[in-house]
Design a protein around this ligand. Structure first.
Ligand code: RB5
Length: 155
């Protein structure tokens, strides 16, 4: 498998991110870890923006992000035009985030989720396809700016 999964977290998400790295390794996924790299207090935007930029530049297609609640890191990631970061806390939300929203970053609340649940949601995120159809039209309307490939096209 050649696709790399982007990872980021803050101090509150560090332990879960490390656990998920082991899981990805066991399952044969490669990853790019944008930090943080310890449980020392830090600011989640410093680690979320590099992952968002990698998605915007097309260097990565998918990512996983963890902070305490999932909210701060998800808010930051969603400032990036090509990011669709979805805060997920159960199987159905994670499934629908892929099927309906084509989420490209799974956001997890590290202080409010067991490792077992998180591992299950990562599997759902990685293996559930986007349904397309009417959802494609909606997802296309999310960005505020045209994607770079579309900028030169006639309007
Ligand atoms: C850190 O204490 C906490 O505020 C952060 O991990 C996150 O929950 C913010 O949204």
């Amino acid at each position: 498998m050649s696709e790399k999964i982007g990872l980021c977290c803050d101090h509150a998400g560090f332990n879960l991110k490390e656990r998920l790295k082991r899981m990805l390794e066991v399952e044969g996924y490669e990853y790019v870890d944008y930090g943080t790299n310890s449980t020392d207090s830090c600011d989640y935007p410093d680690f979320a923006h590099p992952l968002g930029q990698a998605i915007d530049r097309g260097e990565l297609a998918r990512g996983i992000a963890v902070c305490g609640t999932g909210n701060g890191i998800g808010m930051t990631l969603n400032k990036h035009q090509r990011v669709r970061a979805a805060l997920c806390w159960n199987d159905e939300i994670a499934t629908l985030a892929r099927e309906h929203n084509d989420a490209n970053i799974l956001v997890l609340p590290g202080r409010f989720m067991s490792e077992e649940t998180a591992a299950r949601l990562v599997n759902i995120f990685l293996h559930t396809a986007f349904e397309g159809g009417r959802h494609e039209r909606r997802v296309r309307k999310i960005p505020l700016q045209a994607a770079p490939a579309e900028e030169g096209s006639a309007r």
